[in-house]
Design a protein around this ligand. Structure first.
Ligand code: ATP
Length: 304
């Protein structure tokens, strides 16, 4: 039996290694979204960010021309303001972000930053100007310090620590036996969803972009983690033009404007209070979310 087991065990190791390499590759591809078919237009200039006003103007888009996804979406995020996009699953929220990064091109209308069409500027300058706190942060198989420094390669240990403090993850890192030299990722220490998001926030602090996209995680976090995360998100968003893609509604209450997307169209917009008073789709989504929270944490704090 042992003779049979050993080769099988060896195959298992090979299989795991192979799978791991594939996962790393996928992660890196997902991160950089390598889409070589999108190239800079001849004579593309670097994006010049003044305040960082982002404008979606009558945006149309389809991944497959037979199935339109965005059907004339318009809204503006004035420089330094925070706009949240909410809407049912599949309504096109994440697609808006992919278009802002120009991972895909709009099929109609335009997206501009300080008046410059994202199709007319160099992709490098566009991606430098926008920071993302993604739903699921990819960690490299390296130390915590290196993972944070990904936001700005060459950052000093002091800068990395300062970013981690703002992101409210410093104390956690300091409590690890090897501190900032602890290895994380698939082959190292596994971080929770909330911890990974805080690493992403620290990366953004180092990158210091004028425009920020917060892609809120779908999975619910416990109330304490959520509160710590909210504080960190508020700090990183301060003073930046911020687009929040909200899969839950916890980060949208304080947004300057909430845009409600349904089936690729803007169906409502306003502040949290205005939208509740409308008793429309947003109010319904809010009510349903409160019910879920009440069930999960009876008698718990409910944000008002
Ligand atoms: P969720 O809240 O569930 O994340 P969403 O509002 O962000 O949803 P999108 O991810 O923007 O929705 O997707 C909008 C629609 O586009 C969906 O119907 C989805 O199936 C489709 N879609 C998304 N990505 C692709 C793709 N790469 N190719 C084809 N269709 C896609």
């Amino acid at each position: 039996l042992l003779q049979l087991y050993q080769p099988l065990n060896f195959l298992g190791v090979v299989y795991r290694e192979l799978r791991q390499s594939l996962t790393d590759l996928e992660n890196i591809q997902g991160l950089l979204s390598l889409r070589p078919e999108i190239e800079d237009v001849p004579g593309a200039r670097p994006l010049v960010v003044r305040g960082g006003t982002v404008r979606f103007e009558n945006v149309h888009f389809a991944y497959d021309e037979r199935r339109p996804i965005l059907k004339g979406v318009s809204f503006e995020i004035p420089a330094g303001h925070k706009v949240a996009v909410v809407g049912p699953s599949g309504s096109g929220k994440s697609t808006l972000v992919r278009l802002l990064f120009r991972f895909y091109e709009v099929t109609g209308g335009s997206i501009t930053i300080d008046g410059q069409d994202v199709r007319a500027v160099t992709q490098l300058s566009l991606r430098r100007a926008i920071g993302v706190v993604p739903q699921d942060t990819v960690l490299f198989n390296d130390t915590v310090a290196v993972n944070i420094a990904y936001g700005r390669p060459g950052a000093s240990r002091e800068e990395i620590e300062a970013a981690a403090r703002t992101a409210q993850i410093h104390d956690f890192i300091a409590s690890l036996p090897e501190g900032y030299d602890t290895r994380v990722g698939e082959r190292g220490l596994k971080l929770s969803g909330g911890e990974k998001q805080r690493v992403a926030i620290a990366r953004v602090m180092l990158k210091n972009p004028p425009v920020l996209v917060l892609d809120e995680a779908t999975s619910a976090l416990d109330t304490r983690t959520e509160q710590a995360l909210q504080e960190a998100l508020e700090r990183v968003a301060a003073g930046r033009t911020t687009l929040v893609i909200a899969h839950r509604l916890s980060t949208v209450i304080d947004a300057d404007e909430i845009v409600v997307l349904e089936d690729g169209r803007v169906v409502e917009r306003g502040t949290h209070a205005q939208l509740l008073a409308r008793h429309g789709l947003y109010a319904e989504m809010w009510r349903r979310q409160q019910e879920v929270r009440e069930e999960a944490e009876p008698g718990g704090m409910v944000p008002a």
